[in-house]
Design a protein around this ligand. Structure first.
Ligand SMILES: Cc1cc2nc3c(=O)[nH]c(=O)nc-3n(C[C@H](O)[C@H](O)[C@H](O)COP(=O)(O)OP(=O)(O)OC[C@H]3O[C@@H](n4cnc5c(N)ncnc54)[C@H](O)[C@@H]3O)c2cc1C
Length: 379
């Protein structure tokens, strides 16, 4: 169900063809807008990690009409198993079903999720141009003049900046905003074949470096681990990533230990320092608007950054369909999104801080449970 058509916007430019940009492009095109979608990456790829898709994220994908494809290609579950880091089972948590017919939670490989979203983009009147960004954006009374990095130009009724945490659109058009702030933690991820016997998501607690495993396909999982970030001059090469992650897993039992003992140099491994920012309002300047990590970048503690980006894409189109007054629609979009995104970012950053300070795991659990419960409310 997509609701009313958008009467005020004939043509929109979406900068950034990631999760939020594709959600916005799909939502706008389904409401009658002609969309140009550009991405800096000439091959429109995404890296090989898995991603956790919580109940609210699944609900947002249902609104995009992509739930069945995600269910078919990903992994869906109704419980999460908690273990002590040494593999001792603590308890199984029932994940709530937040809407009838919706799975409770799940996971999917990012390239698979991108393929599903890209397929929907290609079905709609969306012109995709790759290897391209914007170099200038000039607001006019009723539109935006755009210069692209290949020196071509265009004029649009709306420009959506969905170009992630180091957003070029934000740098050009939002001087009151600043880069995301490092939180002091880093996230390790490995994509690997499923450990035998893994039936649901798993969390390993009680260690300075918490970790978890999410099933992403019948035969694949990804494991994440959070560690204190140590500044260094150079990036780790593949060998260092492999050896260091294996060492970080030395104390772990259960399936985390199985991954340590069975990981190979062919498995995809990544380490990334974490940063977050809730950018100050306004999230729009004239006819230019931001969404996703460009304006509400979070850390992965609630596994909700992608869900927030998809919701923002949907809400933007819904508000533009609700009124022909573009400024009123962009303000309504901002108002609907601001506190929800603030909750995710503030809770995620606070949990990360507690982890760095070796705070009480019961306090972490309470904060996570509270925020996840609030996210179940309609967006
Ligand atoms: C370690 C880690 C783990 C995470 N795990 C989860 C999870 O389990 N669940 C979850 O919901 N979220 C998770 N997230 C968050 C989630 O990945 C992001 O919130 C989400 O991808 C944001 O979507 P986006 O569209 O804003 O940006 P992206 O998905 O990053 O897409 C941005 C796109 O813009 C393009 N681009 C960049 N710059 C330009 C430019 N100048 N011009 C044109 N195009 C450009 C890029 O090529 C890319 O295609 C995690 C994040 C991290 C860091």
């Amino acid at each position: 169900m997509t609701g009313e058509n958008i009467s005020s916007i004939a043509a929109a430019l979406v900068v950034g063809g990631g999760i939020g940009g594709m959600a916005a492009a799909i939502s706008l095109a389904e409401r009658g807008v002609r969309v140009d979608l550009i991405d800096l990456d000439p091959d429109w790829r995404v890296y090989g990690a898995g991603i956790t898709i919580t109940g609210p994220t699944l609900r947002a994908y249902k609104r995009l009409g992509l739930l069945d494809a995600i269910k078919a290609a990903g992994a869906i579950t109704s419980k999460t198993r908690l273990f002590r880091f040494d593999g001792t089972h603590i308890l199984d948590l029932d994940e709530p079903v937040i809407e009838e017919g919706l799975p409770a939670t799940g996971g999917i490989m990012r390239p698979t999720l991108h393929r599903i979203m890209q397929t929907r983009v290609r079905e709609l009147p969306i012109d995709v141009r790759l290897g391209l960004t914007v170099t200038t954006l000039e607001n006019r009374d009723d539109g935006v003049e755009v210069t692209f990095s290949d020196d071509t130009t265009g004029r649009y009724d709306l420009v959506v900046g969905a170009d992630s945490v180091a957003s070029t659109v934000r740098a050009i058009a939002f001087p009151h905003m600043a880069p995301a702030v490092p939180t002091g933690q880093g996230c390790w991820r490995i994509s690997i074949r499923k450990p035998p016997g893994l039936e649901m998501g798993e969390f390993f607690l009680g260690h300075a470096n918490p970790c978890g495993i999410t099933a992403c396909a019948p035969d694949m999982v990804y494991m994440w681990m959070l560690t204190a970030h140590e500044e260094r001059e150079t990036f780790m090469d593949e060998e260092e990533l492999f050896v260091t992650l294996k060492a970080h897993l030395a104390d772990f039992g259960g399936n985390a230990g199985w991954i340590r003992d069975n990981m190979t140099r062919a498995d995809w491994i990544n380490y990334r320092p974490l940063a977050a920012a809730l950018q100050p309002a306004d999230w729009f300047n004239g006819r230019i608007v931001l969404l996703g990590d460009a304006v509400h970048a979070t850390t992965p503690h609630l596994a909700s950054g992608a869900g927030m980006a998809v919701e923002s894409g949907i809400v933007l189109a819904e508000e533009l369909a609700r009124t022909g007054d573009v400024t009123a629609a962009l303000r309504a979009y901002q108002n609907r999104r601001f506190d929800r995104c603030r909750d995710v970012i503030e809770t995620s950053v606070a949990v990360g801080k507690l982890q760095l300070e070796h705070g009480d795991p019961k306090v972490h659990a309470h904060m996570l449970e509270g925020a996840l419960g609030r996210l179940n409310a309609p967006f």
